[in-house]
Design a protein around this ligand. Structure first.
Ligand code: RB5
Length: 152
């Protein structure tokens, strides 16, 4: 797929099955997976898992984060409140590629109730296989950084 990466994974009850499927695929591809839960079907709150994964990425314990909930929306809202996080909510391979190439996204959000498993696997492969293009996009990322307050 790509060079071996350390990936932080998190999900709520709506995303746990897909998160586990992604973890298996990533391990099989030779990556290291740090699984921040949840682990079962009991109802939980997605911000708790977004928080754990985003902290791992911001503190460089992981190269990228992958967050899964029912729609991906809650996870992406939560993740993008963090100063060091650029989270792309993605439903297809093209936006998976472009959120890395143009936005230098360091977290991927997926909606397990919105996309199928095969699409999700392809999205993750495209996301991890694409480098940031830099150039004009650097200036835009600098402006994004100016818009965020430091995380308390
Ligand atoms: C949980 O029912 C659901 O609200 C959550 O998984 C997510 O879709 C929120 O954005």
């Amino acid at each position: 797929m790509t060079r071996p990466l350390i990936l932080a994974l998190g999900a709520d009850h709506g995303g746990v099955a897909l998160k586990n499927r992604l973890a298996a695929m990533l391990l099989e591809a030779g990556h290291e997976v740090r699984d921040y839960g949840t682990d079962g079907p009991a109802s939980v709150d997605y911000p708790d898992f977004a928080q754990a994964v985003c902290t791992a990425v911001e503190e460089k314990h992981a190269d990228y984060g992958i967050l899964v909930c029912g729609t991906g929306i809650g996870m992406s809202i939560a993740a993008n409140r963090r100063r060091g996080i650029r989270c792309g909510l993605v439903h297809d391979v093209t936006t998976a590629r472009l959120t890395r190439a143009h936005n230098d996204a360091n977290v991927l959000a997926l909606g397990a109730r919105i996309i199928g498993e095969e699409v999700a696997l392809d999205i993750v492969r495209a996301f991890l296989g694409t480098e940031f293009e830099g150039g004009r996009h650097e200036r835009r990322l600098s402006k994004l950084n100016q818009m965020t307050e430091p995380t308390p």
